[in-house]
Every structure is written in structure tokens, then in C-alpha cells.
Design a protein around this ligand. Structure first.
Ligand SMILES: Nc1ncnc2c1ncn2[C@@H]1O[C@H](COP(=O)(O)OP(=O)(O)OP(=O)(O)O)[C@@H](O)[C@H]1O
Ligand SMILES: [Mg+2]
Ligand SMILES: [Zn+2]
Length: 248
């Protein structure tokens, strides 16, 4: 069984050598090299498996499309902004900050965007900001045998970086300083960063925290320069997935 799988993975054009024989002309690099490279770049991008299937094609703006209510408009605009950046990068080089409540598709759109960029051969990386901070913290632990640089180098090197869940980590001084350092470095290198966050700029109630409360004034102001804020409204799509499953 395994052998058969292995066999079917071998490219028919070049028998896995990477070189295609062209009658009377010799050899040329096989097209499979390109798709292998795409596969490697996708694997290196660290996209969570849960989001493997997310694309622009399967993001359907929710809300009422007949009345074009606030929800529908915000989700359509979010999709448009993401598609525009995917199309026009690197000419368009302003990042996006998807801001909105749980389950409105912020991570979905960020992943869909970097998938298109990876198809264009652009080196992208995805990180949940909390995981990244945790990995940096662990790198100080002598047992873990990783260095801070080993964790941070790819984050600085990636041409396009997604930092998911900005503000979700408990904002200690260390967390704020580290976030600021990472984002500042990318800003100074003029590298594109895409953010998602649950924290709004203007919370509905005084009990709720704003993004500034979570990340600090300095970082919030830096983000204004780096990104276009894309506010997404709507209900949690996960509830919809859940209730459809219940009906089956
Ligand atoms: N408009 C949509 N069309 C299709 N699928 C959607 C849409 N919105 C969300 N989803 C799906 O719903 C799930 C939740 O979306 P996602 O994880 O992107 O939400 P989120 O805004 O990042 O939420 P959180 O703030 O909790 O991180 C995913 O499986 C995603 O593919
Ligand atoms: Mg998310
Ligand atoms: Zn081949």
C-alpha cells in the first residue's frame, strides 16, 4: 500500500529526476520542481492544519446581501482588501490589521492571502503571536536547547508575516517589549505584516479592553503606520458550522 503511494507520487514527466527529456533537444528542468517548491514553501509557512482549506473562494461574506447590511459590507470589504493586497503586492505594501469579534473569518482571510502570495513564490510565515512569545520564552530555558535567534530569525526573514491574535497574550512588560521589538524590526526592514486581533480600538463598554490597553500606546501607533485597519463585523461562523452539523 505504502509502496503504491510512493510510486504514484513520482512525477511521470521526469521519473522523479527533476529533469525532463525533450526529444532532440536534451533536458530541461521539469515543471514538478516548481510545484515541489510551492509545496515546500507552503509547509515552511507554518499554516495551522485547521486552515488548510481556507481560500478566498470559500470565504462567503455573511449578513444580508440584499439589504447590504453592516455585516455584509464589512465582510465584503475585508475580502476585497485581502484580495487586492494579494494581487498588488509588492507594489501595494501596506499591511492589514483584521479587527473583529470571534469567528468572523480574520484568520481565514489572513491564511487565504498568504496562500496566494506563496503561489507567487513569496516567502511567507504564519504565527499565532501567543505561540511565538511562548517559543521565545522557552528559548531562554537551558533545557529546551533553542536560542532566541533561532526562533526569531525566520520571523524577521519572512517576506510576509501573519501575526495572528495580536493582544491575546497577557500584557506583561516583557510581552509588550518583545512584541514591540518584533514589529519594529519588521517595520524598519519595510517588510509586510498582517495582523488579526479581537481587541477593538473603541470598545462598546468601559469594561472591555481596547487594543491599546493590550499592546500599549507606542505599538498601537506603529501599527497605524504599518497597516490598514480592516474592521469585520458579524456573528461567530463557528456557531453556524456547529448548527449545520447538528442538523445532518
Ligand atoms: N465568511 C466566511 N465564509 C466561510 N467560512 C468562514 C467565514 N467566516 C469564518 N469562516 C470559517 O469559520 C471558522 C472560524 O473563522 P476564523 O478562525 O477565521 O475566525 P476568526 O475571526 O479568526 O476568529 P477568532 O477571533 O476566534 O480567532 C473557520 O473555519 C473559517 O474557515
Ligand atoms: Mg483567528
Ligand atoms: Zn518532474
Amino acid at each position: 500500500m505504502e509502496l503504491r503511494n510512493l510510486m504514484s507520487d513520482v512525477c511521470e514527466r521526469c521519473s522523479g529526476t527533476g529533469w525532463e527529456l525533450v526529444e532532440g533537444k536534451g533536458v530541461r528542468p521539469c515543471k514538478c520542481r516548481l510545484s515541489n517548491r510551492k509545496g515546500q514553501m507552503t509547509a515552511a509557512a507554518n499554516i495551522p492544519r485547521r486552515y488548510d482549506n481556507c481560500s478566498f473562494e470559500n470565504y462567503h461574506p455573511q449578513g444580508n446581501n440584499f439589504t447590504a447590511d453592516e455585516i455584509f459590507r464589512s465582510q465584503s470589504h475585508a475580502l476585497n482588501d485581502a484580495q487586492k493586497l494579494a494581487r498588488e503586492y509588492p507594489v501595494l505594501d501596506v499591511g492589514l490589521l483584521f479587527m473583529g469579534p470571534c469567528g468572523v473569518g480574520k484568520t481565514h482571510l489572513a491564511v487565504a492571502l498568504i496562500k496566494v502570495l506563496i503561489d507567487k513564490g513569496i516567502h511567507c510565515l504564519f504565527y499565532d503571536f501567543r505561540d511565538l512569545l511562548k517559543q521565545i520564552q522557552d528559548s531562554y530555558n537551558p533545557v529546551s536547547n533553542t536560542s532566541e535567534l533561532r526562533v526569531l530569525d525566520p520571523v524577521y526573514d519572512a517576506e510576509v508575516l501573519v501575526l495572528d491574535e495580536l493582544g491575546a497574550a497577557k500584557p506583561t512588560d516583557w510581552v509588550r517589549d518583545t512584541m514591540t521589538q518584533i514589529i519594529n524590526t519588521r517595520y524598519n526592514d519595510k517588510k509586510l505584516t498582517i495582523f488579526t486581533s479581537n481587541y477593538p480600538d473603541d470598545p462598546d463598554s468601559p469594561n472591555e479592553e481596547s487594543l491599546t490597553d493590550r499592546v500599549g500606546v507606542r505599538l498601537r501607533s506603529r501599527l497605524y503606520e504599518m497597516c490598514k485597519v480592516v474592521r469585520i463585523k458579524g456573528e461567530d461562523y463557528r456557531l453556524k458550522i456547529g448548527s449545520n452539523r447538528g442538523r445532518k
